[in-house]
Design a protein around this ligand. Structure first.
Ligand code: AMP
Ligand code: GLY
Length: 425
């Protein structure tokens, strides 16, 4: 098979690695890719927003499957255009991707089939004063969310009405998220451990990958701003088999069914963001794609043929046995550019990538090659994943940080506590 992978982050490096392990693979192309994905295929510098150029490329290179990594091209309808041209795609059409792109749509779907989620109320820009009145009598903490896409940064947890008022001002007046923040949800704050579950689906049947836990805040002990994700580990053992069965039966199955009924059949990876409350697991978000950096912790644990799994889902005939998880755990620590998730500098040389110990993979995210040197090129720069085959999470954590200490670039920042919650538990 010739496969085209879309994207350029750490997630795409992990996808490229797993796809490249398949005997079914003839050639992998990545648009645009990064120095990490280039180890497994050919990076092609084309504009992902230009759908007709992508279609043309697929035809010329006889692509058998396109795997779309990030949400933006899915939401922009790249999947729709490819399918119209009879090209097989892993990733939903735009209408199904709204499960991520419009939080109010996700709530509507959940409500229609009774999927447990946080209570909420919607406001738009023209309701600014009503929102201000509402937050005066609200219970705290509460959560204010941009309705649209915001790169994982559109959620503010407010501890009191002053913070809530500031958040409302930044969404509605300063418009920090542009049109994504013109509609907001004010949501009940849920207490409990967070977990991410990936369901690979052909639209009807699905298989869950090992659950993971993301560390979303920039600071240690979950302080500071939300980010795209500063690290993750898998499997997240608080998602027991029993919890996963509940999530499958009460959340994933009804959600896929509701999307199908609405004429929005979802093919790809449905990311289920959960909080395990005292009342049971509740959904805090759906994404229409693999999570980043959870993918970098989950995929190294899978045995079998990952490409076969993706192909079978895209072809409408999910082969649940294509992959399996038997044993092992993984910790992924993200190194970022100091200043992220706000402003930061790029262009610093990355050293030490040749000193990486065994059982560690360094996934590239915001990096680029300049004259034979790898330099920083984004907020999240690398994801360092260690694997312990005998399920020793402490050993995996130690190994990830040992490897991270070998890597240097100016203004490097990473959290030191990735996986601590599970180790303490
Ligand atoms: P989201 O982008 O919706 O996943 O939200 C980002 C982060 O905000 C989550 O990972 C949680 O840590 C937190 N969060 C979101 N919604 C809630 C909620 N209803 N209750 C508590 N924390 C939340
Ligand atoms: N790590 C969270 C996300 O991918 O949305």
């Amino acid at each position: 098979m010739n496969v085209l992978l879309i994207g350029s982050g750490g997630r795409e490096h992990a996808l490229a690695l797993k796809i490249s392990e398949s005997d079914l693979l003839e050639k992998l192309y990545i648009i645009p890719g990064n120095p990490g994905t280039a180890q497994f295929g050919e990076n092609i510098n084309l504009d992902v927003k230009n759908h007709s150029i992508i279609v043309e490329f697929c035809k010329e290179t006889k692509i058998d499957l396109v795997v779309i990594g990030p949400e933006q091209p899915l939401v922009d309808g790249l999947g729709d255009v490819l399918r119209k041209n009879n090209i097989l795609v892993f990733g939903p059409d735009a209408k199904a991707a709204e499960i991520e792109a419009q939080k109010t749509f996700a709530k509507y779907i959940m409500k229609s089939v009774g999927v447990p989620t946080a209570n909420y109320i919607e406001f738009n820009t023209s309701m600014y004063q009503r929102a201000i009145d509402y937050i005066k009598q609200k219970k705290y903490p509460c959560v204010i969310k941009a309705n649209g896409l915001a790169a994982g940064k559109g959620v503010v947890i407010c501890n009191n009405s002053v913070e809530a008022r500031e958040a409302l001002h930044s969404f509605f007046i300063d418009k920090i998220f542009g049109i994504s923040g013109e509609k907001i949800l004010i949501e009940e704050f849920l207490t409990g451990e967070e977990a991410s579950v990936f369901a690979i689906t052909d639209g009807i049947n699905f298989v869950c990958l090992p659950p993971s836990q993301d560390y979303k805040r920039i600071g240690e002990n979950d302080t500071g701003k939300n980010t795209g994700g500063m690290g993750a580990y898998a499997p997240a053992t608080m998602v027991t088999d029993e919890v996963l069965e509940y999530v499958s039966a009460k959340i994933i199955e009804p959600t896929l069914r509701a999307l199908g009924t609405e004429g929005r059949k979802f093919i790809g990876c449905l990311y289920v963001g959960l909080i395990l409350t005292d009342e049971g697991p509740k959904v805090i978000e759906f994404n229409c794609r693999f999570g980043d950096p959870e993918t970098q912790a989950v995929l190294p644990l899978l045995k079998g043929d990952f490409l076969k799994l993706l192909y079978s889902a895209s072809d409408g005939n999910l082969d649940k046995d294509a992959i399996s998880y038997e044993t092992g755990c993984a910790v992924c620590v993200v190194s970022a550019s100091k200043g992220y998730p706000e402003s930061y500098q790029v262009g610093y040389e990355i050293n030490g990538l040749e000193n990486i110990p065994q059982n560690v993979i360094v996934f590239h995210a915001g990096t680029k090659n300049i004259a034979g040197k790898v330099v920083t090129n984004g907020g999240r720069v690398l994801g360092v994943t260690s694997v312990s085959q005998d399920n020793d999470l402490s050993a995996a954590k130690k190994l990830a940080y040992y490897a991270m200490a070998k890597i240097h670039f100016d203004n490097i920042y990473y959290r030191k506590d990735i996986s601590n919650k599970a180790i303490k538990a």
